[in-house]
Design a protein around this ligand. Structure first.
Ligand SMILES: [Zn+2]
Length: 264
């Protein structure tokens, strides 16, 4: 027994160091491209499906919620599963579209301010045109920091989710910061700049960098919410955050916990 324990303790670190990272979206095994070393979350692009580490994180958690732990490419299709996303990018949207009823929408106020637009392609998360309880899941990856009325967006998101539905939320977030840093205050139609205007991708204004009060706001909007900070070297995912919110009285994390079982 003692020998076996000894062998295990010697072998385990070797195994995890030598593990070949794989893409949890397309199944690619091998190297990833460190194309944005300053922002690891945006980097480690898969050479095959082009997903970066933030997008692989989203894909991973979608699987955790659905109970699918293989690479997304081999998930079972089920068109009864309805997923909403605003501005989904990277390697996974094509697979979600193939397998599920997936609305990957753009925000264009010129379109959404008028009626009669295709709501499978366009959406304003502050005023959604879907019936109550339409979706099993809502994905929001670095969108909420650009939304003027984030509370409206959270209420709307909860409304369009089915009971028990899940919101997977990625935002610029610092769990050590109790309060959100507001870059822009919103007053009616007016944006009041509290600091130098700051944009993502050159033209998307960042209204705020979230702190822990985001979890309270999710609760205020009627969600059960939790947060996880993790890394997953086996999928070349460096340390980052995911916020999980459910339209129910509790968060069931058993599916998600399975993502972290076994080898790192
Ligand atoms: Zn890939």
């Amino acid at each position: 027994m003692a020998i076996r324990k000894f062998i295990k303790s010697v072998l385990r670190p070797m195994v995890s160091e030598n593990v070949v990272p794989s893409c949890n979206v397309c199944g690619h095994m091998g190297g990833f491209i460190d194309n944005d070393p300053v922002r690891p979350r945006e980097s480690f692009q898969c050479p095959s499906c082009r997903s970066n580490s933030r997008q692989r994180t989203m894909a991973l958690f979608v699987g955790g919620v659905l109970g699918a732990w293989q690479p997304m490419v081999s998930w079972q299709a089920d068109k009864n599963v309805r997923i909403f996303e605003s501005s989904g990018f990277g390697g996974y949207p094509r697979y979600l579209a193939e397998k599920f009823t997936y609305y990957n929408t753009k925000f264009d106020p010129d379109v959404t301010s008028k009626g009669g637009y295709d709501n499978t392609k366009y959406a304003d998360v502050q005023h959604m045109s879907y019936e109550d309880g339409t979706f099993d899941m809502v994905l929001s990856s670095d969108v909420l920091e650009h939304v003027r009325d984030y509370m409206k967006a959270l209420h709307e998101t909860r409304r369009v989710l089915k009971d028990g539905g899940v919101l997977l939320l990625q935002v610029p977030y610092d769990h050590n910061r109790p309060e959100t840093f507001f870059r822009v205050e919103v007053e009616g139609d007016k944006d009041i700049f509290l600091s130098e205007p700051y944009y993502h991708a050159e033209h998307y204004l960042v209204y705020r960098d979230y702190g822990r009060d985001l979890l309270t706001w999710l609760k205020d909007a009627g969600f059960s919410a939790g947060y996880i900070n993790f890394e997953l070297p086996r999928h070349k995912i460096p340390r980052q955050d995911m916020i999980i919110a459910a339209k129910s009285d509790y968060l069931d994390l058993s599916g998600i916990s399975r993502l972290f079982e076994g080898r790192r």
